[in-house]
Ligand binder design. Sequence first.
Ligand code: ASP
Ligand code: MG
Length: 421
Amino acid sequence: MEVFKFGGASVKDANAIKNLSQIIKKNSETPLLVVVSAMGKITNKLEDLTKAYLKNEPTEPIFEEIKDYHFQIINELFTDKNHQIFNEIANTFVEIDWILEESPIDNPNYIYDQIVSMGEIISTKIISAFLQYENMNAVWVDARNYIQTDNNYQEGNVNWEKTAQEIMKNLPQLIAKKIVITQGFIGNTSENFTTTLGREGSDYSAAIFASCLNANALTIWKDVPGVLNADPKWFDETEKIDYLSYYDAIELAYYGATVIHPKTIKPLQNKNIPLYVRSFINPTEKGTKIGNIKNETPTPCFIFKVNQTLISILPKDFSFIIEENLSTIFNVFHQHKVKINTMLNSALSFSVSVDGENDVKIQKLIDALSKSYIVKYNQNLELVTIRYYNQQTINRVTENKTVLLEVKSRHTCQIVMKNKN
Ligand code: ASP
Ligand code: MG
Protein backbone atom coordinates (compact mmCIF):
# COMPACT_ATOMS: atom_id res chain seq x y z
CA MET A 1 0.00 0.00 0.00
CA GLU A 2 1.06 3.58 -0.58
CA VAL A 3 0.22 7.00 0.84
CA PHE A 4 -0.41 10.01 -1.40
CA LYS A 5 -0.49 13.56 -0.10
CA PHE A 6 -2.09 16.46 -1.96
CA GLY A 7 -1.54 20.02 -0.70
CA GLY A 8 -3.69 23.12 -1.03
CA ALA A 9 -2.44 24.10 -4.51
CA SER A 10 -3.36 20.68 -5.92
CA VAL A 11 -7.01 21.12 -4.88
CA LYS A 12 -7.41 24.86 -5.35
CA ASP A 13 -10.27 24.72 -7.86
CA ALA A 14 -12.56 22.32 -9.74
CA ASN A 15 -9.99 21.64 -12.47
CA ALA A 16 -7.31 20.86 -9.94
CA ILE A 17 -9.63 18.36 -8.24
CA LYS A 18 -10.42 16.75 -11.60
CA ASN A 19 -6.68 16.44 -12.17
CA LEU A 20 -6.25 14.84 -8.74
CA SER A 21 -8.98 12.34 -9.55
CA GLN A 22 -7.13 11.39 -12.77
CA ILE A 23 -3.92 10.79 -10.82
CA ILE A 24 -5.76 8.56 -8.37
CA LYS A 25 -7.53 6.70 -11.17
CA LYS A 26 -4.21 5.96 -12.89
CA ASN A 27 -2.85 4.53 -9.64
CA SER A 28 -5.94 2.61 -8.63
CA GLU A 29 -4.18 -0.74 -8.82
CA THR A 30 -2.18 0.19 -5.70
CA PRO A 31 -4.07 0.21 -2.38
CA LEU A 32 -4.05 3.89 -1.44
CA LEU A 33 -4.49 6.18 1.53
CA VAL A 34 -4.87 9.76 0.29
CA VAL A 35 -4.11 12.65 2.67
CA VAL A 36 -5.45 16.04 1.57
CA SER A 37 -5.00 19.63 2.81
CA ALA A 38 -7.50 22.45 2.82
CA MET A 39 -8.24 23.91 -0.62
CA GLY A 40 -6.02 26.70 -1.97
CA LYS A 41 -5.40 29.39 0.62
CA ILE A 42 -8.39 28.47 2.78
CA THR A 43 -6.32 27.89 5.92
CA ASN A 44 -5.23 31.55 5.80
CA LYS A 45 -8.87 32.61 5.40
CA LEU A 46 -9.93 30.45 8.33
CA GLU A 47 -7.14 32.02 10.37
CA ASP A 48 -8.52 35.46 9.45
CA LEU A 49 -11.98 34.30 10.44
CA THR A 50 -10.68 33.08 13.82
CA LYS A 51 -8.86 36.36 14.43
CA ALA A 52 -11.97 38.40 13.62
CA TYR A 53 -14.06 36.22 15.94
CA LEU A 54 -11.57 36.49 18.79
CA LYS A 55 -11.43 40.28 18.42
CA ASN A 56 -15.22 40.52 18.30
CA GLU A 57 -15.03 41.96 14.81
CA PRO A 58 -17.55 41.10 12.07
CA THR A 59 -17.01 37.55 10.84
CA GLU A 60 -19.71 37.55 8.17
CA PRO A 61 -17.69 38.85 5.17
CA ILE A 62 -14.82 36.39 5.59
CA PHE A 63 -17.13 33.49 6.35
CA GLU A 64 -19.26 34.24 3.27
CA GLU A 65 -16.14 34.35 1.13
CA ILE A 66 -15.08 30.93 2.45
CA LYS A 67 -18.51 29.45 1.79
CA ASP A 68 -18.79 30.94 -1.71
CA TYR A 69 -15.37 29.63 -2.65
CA HIS A 70 -16.29 26.06 -1.74
CA PHE A 71 -19.79 26.16 -3.21
CA GLN A 72 -18.46 27.45 -6.49
CA ILE A 73 -16.14 24.46 -6.66
CA ILE A 74 -18.92 22.00 -5.80
CA ASN A 75 -21.16 23.61 -8.39
CA GLU A 76 -18.53 23.08 -11.05
CA LEU A 77 -17.79 19.51 -10.01
CA PHE A 78 -21.30 18.14 -9.57
CA THR A 79 -23.76 18.61 -12.43
CA ASP A 80 -26.41 16.87 -10.35
CA LYS A 81 -27.60 19.76 -8.18
CA ASN A 82 -29.49 17.36 -5.88
CA HIS A 83 -26.29 15.61 -4.93
CA GLN A 84 -26.05 15.12 -1.15
CA ILE A 85 -22.66 16.93 -1.03
CA PHE A 86 -24.43 20.31 -1.21
CA ASN A 87 -26.24 19.55 2.06
CA GLU A 88 -23.29 17.91 3.64
CA ILE A 89 -21.05 20.93 3.14
CA ALA A 90 -23.81 23.33 4.23
CA ASN A 91 -24.13 21.28 7.44
CA THR A 92 -20.39 21.44 8.03
CA PHE A 93 -20.52 25.23 7.76
CA VAL A 94 -23.29 25.21 10.37
CA GLU A 95 -20.78 23.67 12.78
CA ILE A 96 -18.58 26.76 12.30
CA ASP A 97 -21.67 28.94 12.78
CA TRP A 98 -22.26 27.35 16.16
CA ILE A 99 -18.79 28.33 17.28
CA LEU A 100 -19.13 31.89 15.95
CA GLU A 101 -22.48 32.40 17.69
CA GLU A 102 -20.98 31.94 21.16
CA SER A 103 -18.83 34.69 22.62
CA PRO A 104 -15.15 33.75 22.61
CA ILE A 105 -14.42 32.74 26.19
CA ASP A 106 -12.29 29.66 25.60
CA ASN A 107 -8.57 29.41 25.07
CA PRO A 108 -7.79 31.11 21.71
CA ASN A 109 -5.49 28.31 20.58
CA TYR A 110 -8.27 25.81 21.21
CA ILE A 111 -10.73 27.94 19.25
CA TYR A 112 -8.23 28.29 16.41
CA ASP A 113 -8.01 24.52 16.05
CA GLN A 114 -11.78 24.00 16.14
CA ILE A 115 -12.30 26.53 13.32
CA VAL A 116 -9.19 26.14 11.18
CA SER A 117 -9.39 22.31 11.08
CA MET A 118 -12.65 22.65 9.14
CA GLY A 119 -10.72 23.48 5.96
CA GLU A 120 -9.43 19.92 5.75
CA ILE A 121 -12.77 18.37 6.77
CA ILE A 122 -14.52 20.22 3.95
CA SER A 123 -11.91 19.60 1.26
CA THR A 124 -11.82 15.85 1.94
CA LYS A 125 -15.61 15.57 1.98
CA ILE A 126 -15.79 17.23 -1.42
CA ILE A 127 -12.97 15.17 -2.89
CA SER A 128 -14.21 11.85 -1.62
CA ALA A 129 -17.74 12.59 -2.89
CA PHE A 130 -16.31 13.59 -6.26
CA LEU A 131 -14.27 10.40 -6.61
CA GLN A 132 -17.41 8.39 -5.85
CA TYR A 133 -19.28 10.52 -8.40
CA GLU A 134 -16.59 9.48 -10.89
CA ASN A 135 -17.30 5.84 -10.00
CA MET A 136 -14.23 5.31 -7.90
CA ASN A 137 -14.40 3.20 -4.79
CA ALA A 138 -13.51 5.99 -2.37
CA VAL A 139 -14.37 6.36 1.29
CA TRP A 140 -14.05 9.39 3.60
CA VAL A 141 -12.30 8.75 6.88
CA ASP A 142 -11.89 11.14 9.82
CA ALA A 143 -8.17 11.50 10.61
CA ARG A 144 -9.13 12.41 14.18
CA ASN A 145 -10.03 8.77 14.78
CA TYR A 146 -6.39 7.94 14.17
CA ILE A 147 -3.97 10.81 14.83
CA GLN A 148 -3.87 11.14 18.62
CA THR A 149 -2.19 14.19 20.16
CA ASP A 150 -1.83 15.98 23.48
CA ASN A 151 -3.80 19.19 24.06
CA ASN A 152 -1.05 21.55 22.90
CA TYR A 153 -3.46 23.35 20.59
CA GLN A 154 -2.07 24.75 17.29
CA GLU A 155 0.98 22.50 17.56
CA GLY A 156 -0.31 19.16 18.83
CA ASN A 157 2.34 16.63 19.84
CA VAL A 158 1.59 13.23 18.41
CA ASN A 159 1.18 10.27 20.73
CA TRP A 160 2.80 7.73 18.43
CA GLU A 161 1.88 4.66 20.41
CA LYS A 162 -1.83 5.42 20.59
CA THR A 163 -1.87 6.61 16.98
CA ALA A 164 -0.24 3.41 15.71
CA GLN A 165 -2.67 1.36 17.77
CA GLU A 166 -5.72 3.11 16.33
CA ILE A 167 -4.37 2.93 12.78
CA MET A 168 -3.63 -0.79 12.98
CA LYS A 169 -7.10 -1.60 14.33
CA ASN A 170 -8.92 -1.36 11.03
CA LEU A 171 -7.27 1.00 8.57
CA PRO A 172 -5.16 -1.59 6.64
CA GLN A 173 -8.26 -3.71 6.00
CA LEU A 174 -10.17 -0.67 4.79
CA ILE A 175 -7.35 0.46 2.48
CA ALA A 176 -7.24 -3.05 1.00
CA LYS A 177 -10.85 -2.60 -0.11
CA LYS A 178 -11.24 1.09 -0.83
CA ILE A 179 -9.41 4.29 -1.73
CA VAL A 180 -9.30 5.97 1.67
CA ILE A 181 -9.48 9.78 1.70
CA THR A 182 -8.47 11.57 4.89
CA GLN A 183 -7.27 14.93 6.22
CA GLY A 184 -3.80 16.21 6.80
CA PHE A 185 -2.96 18.69 9.55
CA ILE A 186 -5.52 17.60 12.15
CA GLY A 187 -5.60 15.33 15.19
CA ASN A 188 -7.56 14.55 18.30
CA THR A 189 -6.93 14.80 22.05
CA SER A 190 -7.78 12.06 24.54
CA GLU A 191 -10.82 14.20 25.50
CA ASN A 192 -11.95 14.13 21.87
CA PHE A 193 -11.16 17.72 20.95
CA THR A 194 -9.68 18.62 17.58
CA THR A 195 -6.07 19.75 17.41
CA THR A 196 -3.88 20.92 14.53
CA LEU A 197 -0.26 19.95 14.01
CA GLY A 198 1.15 23.35 13.01
CA ARG A 199 0.96 25.20 9.70
CA GLU A 200 1.90 23.14 6.66
CA GLY A 201 1.47 20.05 8.83
CA SER A 202 -0.21 17.85 6.21
CA ASP A 203 3.09 16.42 5.01
CA TYR A 204 3.73 15.38 8.58
CA SER A 205 0.28 13.72 8.83
CA ALA A 206 1.01 11.78 5.66
CA ALA A 207 4.34 10.63 7.12
CA ILE A 208 2.63 9.53 10.35
CA PHE A 209 0.11 7.45 8.42
CA ALA A 210 2.80 6.01 6.13
CA SER A 211 5.01 5.10 9.06
CA CYS A 212 2.26 3.48 11.19
CA LEU A 213 0.94 1.58 8.18
CA ASN A 214 4.42 0.47 7.08
CA ALA A 215 3.56 1.82 3.64
CA ASN A 216 5.72 0.96 0.63
CA ALA A 217 6.07 4.64 -0.25
CA LEU A 218 4.79 8.14 0.40
CA THR A 219 4.28 10.47 -2.56
CA ILE A 220 3.83 14.20 -2.02
CA TRP A 221 2.25 15.77 -5.13
CA LYS A 222 3.35 19.35 -5.64
CA ASP A 223 3.31 22.17 -8.18
CA VAL A 224 7.07 21.84 -8.69
CA PRO A 225 8.81 19.01 -10.60
CA GLY A 226 10.43 17.70 -7.40
CA VAL A 227 12.97 18.97 -4.90
CA LEU A 228 14.92 21.76 -6.57
CA ASN A 229 18.44 22.78 -5.58
CA ALA A 230 17.25 26.35 -4.96
CA ASP A 231 14.02 28.28 -4.69
CA PRO A 232 13.09 29.66 -8.15
CA LYS A 233 11.85 32.76 -6.33
CA TRP A 234 15.48 33.71 -5.64
CA PHE A 235 17.50 31.88 -8.29
CA ASP A 236 17.17 31.94 -12.06
CA GLU A 237 18.84 28.64 -12.73
CA THR A 238 17.53 25.81 -10.65
CA GLU A 239 18.08 22.10 -11.04
CA LYS A 240 15.81 19.27 -10.04
CA ILE A 241 17.45 16.76 -7.72
CA ASP A 242 16.68 13.19 -8.76
CA TYR A 243 17.86 11.44 -5.60
CA LEU A 244 18.30 12.81 -2.12
CA SER A 245 19.30 11.04 1.09
CA TYR A 246 17.05 11.31 4.16
CA TYR A 247 19.96 12.97 5.87
CA ASP A 248 20.30 15.70 3.25
CA ALA A 249 16.54 16.23 3.17
CA ILE A 250 16.52 16.81 6.94
CA GLU A 251 19.48 19.18 6.66
CA LEU A 252 17.86 21.17 3.85
CA ALA A 253 14.58 21.47 5.77
CA TYR A 254 16.52 22.52 8.88
CA TYR A 255 18.30 25.34 7.04
CA GLY A 256 14.98 26.61 5.72
CA ALA A 257 14.18 24.86 2.43
CA THR A 258 10.40 24.90 2.38
CA VAL A 259 9.70 22.07 -0.01
CA ILE A 260 8.99 19.52 2.74
CA HIS A 261 7.79 20.05 6.29
CA PRO A 262 10.82 19.42 8.57
CA LYS A 263 9.03 16.82 10.73
CA THR A 264 8.19 14.64 7.73
CA ILE A 265 11.44 12.86 7.05
CA LYS A 266 12.39 11.22 10.35
CA PRO A 267 9.35 8.91 10.68
CA LEU A 268 9.92 7.73 7.12
CA GLN A 269 13.65 7.24 7.63
CA ASN A 270 13.02 5.15 10.76
CA LYS A 271 11.00 2.69 8.69
CA ASN A 272 13.03 3.11 5.52
CA ILE A 273 9.98 4.25 3.53
CA PRO A 274 10.92 6.17 0.37
CA LEU A 275 9.44 9.63 -0.12
CA TYR A 276 8.67 10.77 -3.65
CA VAL A 277 8.11 14.44 -4.45
CA ARG A 278 6.31 14.65 -7.78
CA SER A 279 4.49 17.19 -9.92
CA PHE A 280 0.71 17.02 -10.12
CA ILE A 281 1.02 19.18 -13.24
CA ASN A 282 3.21 16.60 -15.01
CA PRO A 283 2.27 13.41 -13.18
CA THR A 284 4.12 11.11 -15.56
CA GLU A 285 7.48 12.65 -14.64
CA LYS A 286 9.60 10.96 -12.04
CA GLY A 287 10.22 13.75 -9.55
CA THR A 288 12.61 13.33 -6.65
CA LYS A 289 13.18 10.19 -4.63
CA ILE A 290 14.27 10.67 -1.02
CA GLY A 291 15.53 7.56 0.68
CA ASN A 292 18.48 5.58 1.89
CA ILE A 293 20.60 6.92 -0.90
CA LYS A 294 24.30 7.42 -1.13
CA ASN A 295 25.13 10.13 -3.57
CA GLU A 296 28.76 10.32 -4.69
CA THR A 297 28.33 13.60 -6.55
CA PRO A 298 25.67 15.58 -4.71
CA THR A 299 24.25 18.70 -6.35
CA PRO A 300 25.05 21.93 -4.47
CA CYS A 301 21.86 23.29 -2.88
CA PHE A 302 21.14 26.90 -2.00
CA ILE A 303 18.82 28.11 0.72
CA PHE A 304 18.24 31.81 0.74
CA LYS A 305 16.76 33.89 3.57
CA VAL A 306 16.20 37.63 3.75
CA ASN A 307 15.35 39.91 6.70
CA GLN A 308 18.25 38.71 8.80
CA THR A 309 19.68 40.45 11.82
CA LEU A 310 23.30 39.87 12.82
CA ILE A 311 23.85 40.34 16.54
CA SER A 312 27.32 40.63 18.06
CA ILE A 313 27.63 40.15 21.80
CA LEU A 314 30.73 41.56 23.55
CA PRO A 315 31.90 41.72 27.14
CA LYS A 316 31.47 44.90 29.14
CA ASP A 317 34.67 44.26 31.07
CA PHE A 318 37.03 42.79 28.44
CA SER A 319 37.11 39.47 30.28
CA PHE A 320 34.95 37.50 27.95
CA ILE A 321 35.30 33.82 28.58
CA ILE A 322 32.98 32.30 26.08
CA GLU A 323 32.35 29.06 28.00
CA GLU A 324 31.19 30.92 31.08
CA ASN A 325 28.82 33.13 29.15
CA LEU A 326 27.41 30.81 26.53
CA SER A 327 24.71 29.18 28.62
CA THR A 328 23.49 32.59 29.84
CA ILE A 329 23.40 33.87 26.27
CA PHE A 330 21.61 30.80 24.91
CA ASN A 331 19.11 31.02 27.74
CA VAL A 332 18.18 34.56 26.73
CA PHE A 333 17.60 33.37 23.14
CA HIS A 334 15.56 30.45 24.39
CA GLN A 335 13.41 32.63 26.66
CA HIS A 336 12.68 35.01 23.78
CA LYS A 337 11.97 32.12 21.41
CA VAL A 338 14.49 33.40 18.88
CA LYS A 339 16.09 30.67 16.81
CA ILE A 340 19.75 31.08 15.91
CA ASN A 341 20.55 30.55 12.23
CA THR A 342 24.34 30.96 12.31
CA MET A 343 26.89 31.54 15.03
CA LEU A 344 30.57 32.28 15.34
CA ASN A 345 32.72 33.14 18.31
CA SER A 346 36.05 34.90 18.60
CA ALA A 347 38.17 35.86 21.57
CA LEU A 348 36.17 38.96 22.28
CA SER A 349 32.78 38.44 20.79
CA PHE A 350 30.04 36.03 19.92
CA SER A 351 27.99 36.67 16.74
CA VAL A 352 24.72 35.15 15.64
CA SER A 353 22.26 35.72 12.84
CA VAL A 354 18.53 35.38 13.37
CA ASP A 355 15.32 35.74 11.36
CA GLY A 356 13.50 39.04 11.56
CA GLU A 357 14.21 42.74 11.71
CA ASN A 358 12.72 45.56 13.70
CA ASP A 359 10.28 43.20 15.32
CA VAL A 360 9.34 43.42 18.95
CA LYS A 361 10.74 39.98 19.64
CA ILE A 362 14.23 40.87 18.39
CA GLN A 363 14.15 44.23 20.15
CA LYS A 364 13.25 42.59 23.47
CA LEU A 365 16.02 40.06 22.98
CA ILE A 366 18.57 42.80 22.33
CA ASP A 367 17.35 44.71 25.42
CA ALA A 368 17.71 41.63 27.59
CA LEU A 369 21.22 40.87 26.28
CA SER A 370 22.24 44.51 26.73
CA LYS A 371 21.80 44.19 30.51
CA SER A 372 24.99 42.13 30.74
CA TYR A 373 26.80 42.68 27.46
CA ILE A 374 27.61 45.24 24.85
CA VAL A 375 25.35 44.38 21.95
CA LYS A 376 25.83 45.54 18.39
CA TYR A 377 23.53 44.62 15.58
CA ASN A 378 23.15 44.98 11.88
CA GLN A 379 19.90 44.57 9.98
CA ASN A 380 18.63 44.18 6.44
CA LEU A 381 20.90 41.24 5.75
CA GLU A 382 20.66 38.07 3.72
CA LEU A 383 21.66 34.58 4.72
CA VAL A 384 22.58 31.99 2.16
CA THR A 385 23.26 28.40 3.11
CA ILE A 386 25.05 26.23 0.56
CA ARG A 387 25.04 22.47 1.01
CA TYR A 388 27.93 20.83 -0.86
CA TYR A 389 29.60 24.14 -1.52
CA ASN A 390 32.78 24.87 -3.41
CA GLN A 391 34.55 28.15 -4.14
CA GLN A 392 32.64 28.60 -7.38
CA THR A 393 29.24 28.40 -5.67
CA ILE A 394 30.41 30.80 -2.97
CA ASN A 395 31.59 33.26 -5.60
CA ARG A 396 28.31 32.95 -7.40
CA VAL A 397 26.18 33.96 -4.41
CA THR A 398 28.51 36.65 -3.05
CA GLU A 399 28.83 38.59 -6.28
CA ASN A 400 28.15 42.28 -5.49
CA LYS A 401 27.72 41.48 -1.81
CA THR A 402 29.65 42.42 1.30
CA VAL A 403 30.18 39.39 3.48
CA LEU A 404 29.70 39.98 7.22
CA LEU A 405 29.96 36.44 8.48
CA GLU A 406 30.98 33.16 6.92
CA VAL A 407 30.77 29.81 8.69
CA LYS A 408 31.87 26.57 7.09
CA SER A 409 31.60 22.94 8.03
CA ARG A 410 32.62 20.05 5.81
CA HIS A 411 29.47 20.10 3.67
CA THR A 412 27.74 23.35 4.57
CA CYS A 413 28.71 26.96 4.16
CA GLN A 414 26.60 29.78 5.60
CA ILE A 415 27.15 33.36 4.58
CA VAL A 416 25.54 36.44 6.10
CA MET A 417 25.84 39.30 3.64
CA LYS A 418 24.41 42.54 2.35
CA ASN A 419 24.26 44.34 -0.95
CA LYS A 420 27.36 46.39 -1.82
CA ASN A 421 26.47 50.02 -1.94
N1 ASP B 1 -3.85 23.47 5.45
C1 ASP B 1 -2.75 23.57 6.38
C2 ASP B 1 -1.92 24.80 6.07
O1 ASP B 1 -2.13 25.43 5.07
C3 ASP B 1 -1.90 22.35 6.41
C4 ASP B 1 -1.13 22.07 5.13
O2 ASP B 1 -1.50 22.57 4.07
O3 ASP B 1 -0.16 21.34 5.19
O4 ASP B 1 -1.08 25.14 6.86
MG1 MG C 1 -0.83 24.06 2.42
